[in-house]
Design a protein around this ligand. Sequence first.
Ligand SMILES: Nc1ncnc2c1ncn2[C@@H]1O[C@H](COP(=O)(O)OP(=O)(O)O)[C@@H](O)[C@H]1O
Ligand SMILES: CC(=O)OP(=O)(O)O
Ligand SMILES: [Mg+2]
Length: 414
Amino acid sequence: MTATATRVLVLNSGSSSVKYQLLDMSTESISGSAAGRRLAVGLVERIGEETSRLAHTPLATGGAKRETEGTIADHTAALKAVAAELAADGLGLDSPELAAIGHRVVHGGLKFSAPTVIDEAVLKEIERLVPVAPLHNPANITGIKTARALRPDLPQVAVFDTAFHTTMPEYAARYAIDVATADAHRIRRYGFHGTSHAYVSRKTAELLGKAPEDVNVIVLHLGNGASASAVQGGRCVDTSMGLTPLEGLVMGTRSGDIDPAVTFHLRRVAGMDEDEVDVLLNKKSGLVGLCGDNDMREIRRRIDAGGEDAAQAQLAFDIYIHRLKKYIGAYYAVLGRVDALAFTAGVGENAAPVRAAAIAGLEELGMAVDASLNAVRGDEPRLISPEYARVAVAVVPTDEELEIAQQTYALVNA
Ligand SMILES: Nc1ncnc2c1ncn2[C@@H]1O[C@H](COP(=O)(O)OP(=O)(O)O)[C@@H](O)[C@H]1O
Ligand SMILES: CC(=O)OP(=O)(O)O
Ligand SMILES: [Mg+2]
């Protein structure tokens, strides 16, 4: 790394999308840590489908958002398209100012509890974990390999979704199954979205004007994938996802919690094989399985439009909310004292009706939502609870890319 190399490219590769940001880490924030100024941000969506979409905004040049549609067959093609977009603004991967590339890696298993420079052994371990993150780790691996081919000289850093959850006590991380079997196959609860839970819990403490050590927070990360976490004094003590990102909340296409016997039943009685069960629970369940739509915007539109089409959407919404409420109650009990509850990610940040419904009826727990505060839209962390509420209910936009950039930059400068 040269003395002038202060930029970090962050790749957040999902099952059918890539989110990316190029950041300049040279600006110092008030606290003295690298702040991260965005030079370019973008998103490739619907990878592998007929009409993929790339949206790229070159913030450094003040240029407008550029959107292109066309077929982007796989993640390799997506990253090449991203590299071309960056190059078009003079921000290409060949820049000597690039210090490192940071990758979101969803499953880090037991080995990784901190950001890690990727070498062959690290890559092998991420590959070994594919069966427990089948929708995510393969995309992360493609991102790493493609980036490495473009810039073999640069450090590539993995920031793991599982890392923040490694502080969970044994009684929260273990399943109540035969210990020898669990240990032999490393079957335990790992938890995911950790980068987001860490960032949002810290930001929530900041919003309250307190140190992270002094607050207990329930974080609800509600995106396509969704998870809840209980954060006690800055450390995760429980989270809703488990061995894989399938457990817990109702998600866009994933069932979340289910009686494991349902899977035996599907195989023995419905005649499905294990791959069919896997696809059913990961891709054809959750909101899409319940009502045909996985996008909360569309579900709310159907409910608001009323009529016949609304009933199914309403039931899907009610099931989603019921599960959320159960986790709020559970984590309240786990934490004993809750200072704040934070909503984040696509649904949590944007869907006011989800926030209102999830908190409705929880006055006895000290939680309430003020309708007019809840209706406010914005990019900044904000409170939506009334003055009198004992628990601060907040909307705290997540920024996994910034968090990954900061951890990456800190590691390569260490
Ligand atoms: N204005 C909105 N109202 C309701 N839901 C929204 C809105 N904008 C985005 N969403 C929801 O956010 C989801 C995507 O969230 P995001 O955190 O980007 O997920 P991921 O990172 O898993 O792709 C969409 O599927 C959609 O359901
Ligand atoms: C782990 C996980 O579910 O990630 P995402 O929400 O990006 O699918
Ligand atoms: Mg996400």
